[in-house]
Design a protein around this ligand. Structure first.
Ligand SMILES: Nc1ncnc2c1ncn2[C@@H]1O[C@H](COP(=O)(O)OP(=O)(O)OP(=O)(O)O)[C@@H](O)[C@H]1O
Ligand SMILES: [Mg+2]
Length: 339
């Protein structure tokens, strides 16, 4: 007998006209059509109140949709919620921790409820999220915010789930913790997991996501790769490089390279506008071949512009509710050149 195996790839997450109202006045999610492919790292970005958590809560069957439907790993988010839960790792907004239980007991509890006892390596998981054995032996009531978030992250990745649903995983983490979290997200993707995570932090999304979606007032205003969104809006990234002396013809040489939009020279500083952030590194290398580089400053405000363009915050200062975008972007910028 000849067996025929048809392998079809199905999206990890698919919503169709998903709508959630709270009472008569609040339209939290408005006719959302979202597809996240298997194996993707997808960043779900938007300001406070955009509907990110509500969407995630529908995928988890914590909240029933008013209209439309959602499928997770090919299963119906409502009808098949129990089967879905066995295959996903979750970091809910605000966590779900019990003060009297230790960190380790939380992991054991997740392992028990997911039938994972045999296969779980608690030490390795704690190590990955940066909690020591001593910390894991303490009740969670005495944890700092960052430690609680690290534990919640460990609970999500325990048992190698097919899909991670993370609601603001970087919340409460310091810059080192955020970097570690990004590393884990990439590692999870590398072993084949799909990662769907919400964030306010544009730099975080840029450095770890394959694709992003921007939510505003319950609507998905755009989806795509960061580069595609930049191209669509014709946004520049730029880098300022201070050198000991600018050799003749250097600016023109750099400007003639693919992906370089403009080069301005001010004294011994070259400011190079490029089509996307990866071109910045090329530009720095080229300058470094011909001059002594004294300082490099990356001035990439384009994601903030991108967000403002789609959410209607205008060209100037972001609205107070979006203040995190400006601040976080600045914080990211210093680290970016080194990546
Ligand atoms: N249980 C609820 N009852 C009533 N309104 C709710 C409920 N949950 C969310 N909302 C409302 O739905 C809208 C979307 O909220 P949601 O929590 O999904 O936003 P978010 O994008 O996750 O925001 P944040 O970045 O602040 O976490 C908000 O107006 C919020 O007040
Ligand atoms: Mg939220």
């Amino acid at each position: 007998m000849i067996g025929l195996v048809v392998v079809t790839s199905m999206p990890a997450i698919e919503t169709d006209g998903l709508t959630k109202r709270f009472g008569a006045d609040v339209l939290a999610v408005d006719d959302l059509d979202l597809t996240v492919e298997e194996g993707e790292v997808f960043g779900f970005l938007g300001p406070n109140g955009a509907g990110k958590s509500t969407t995630i809560n529908v995928l988890l069957d914590f909240v029933r949709p008013t209209a439309g439907s959602a499928r997770v790993l090919g299963l119906d988010a409502q009808a098949d919620a129990a089967a879905i839960r066995e295959r996903i790792g979750v970091l809910p907004e605000g966590g779900e921790l019990y003060d009297r239980l230790t960190g380790r007991e939380h992991l054991e509890w997740i392992a028990r409820t997911n039938d994972l006892q045999e296969s779980v390596d608690y030490e390795a998981t704690l190590d990955r999220v940066g909690l020591t054995a001593e910390e894991a032996a303490r009740p969670v009531g005495g944890y700092s915010k960052g430690m609680a978030q690290r534990l919640a992250f460990g609970m999500a990745i325990l048992g190698e789930p097919d899909l991670l649903l993370l609601d603001e995983p970087s919340s409460g983490l310091d810059p080192t913790g955020m970097q570690e979290m990004r590393t884990i997200i990439r590692e999870e993707a590398d072993r084949g997991a799909t990662v769907f995570f919400s964030s306010h932090i544009l730099g975080e999304v840029e450095s770890v996501c394959d694709r992003l979606g921007i939510m505003n007032e319950g609507r998905l205003v755009t989806t795509g790769t960061i580069d595609a969104l930049r191209d669509e809006l014709d946004l520049d990234a730029s880098v300022s490089i201070e050198v000991d002396a600018v050799p003749d013809g250097l600016a023109a040489d750099i400007e003639s390279n693919e992906g370089v939009h403009a080069v301005e020279t001010d004294g011994t500083t070259l400011t190079i506008s490029v089509a996307n952030p990866t071109r910045k590194i090329d530009a720095i290398r080229r300058v470094d071949e011909r001059a002594t580089v004294l300082d490099v400053r990356s001035t990439d405000t384009s994601l903030e512009q991108l967000f403002n363009t789609y959410t209607g915050n205008g060209e100037g200062e972001p609205e107070p509710s979006a203040a995190g975008f400006a601040g976080d972007e600045t914080a990211e910028t210093a680290a970016e050149v080194g990546r």
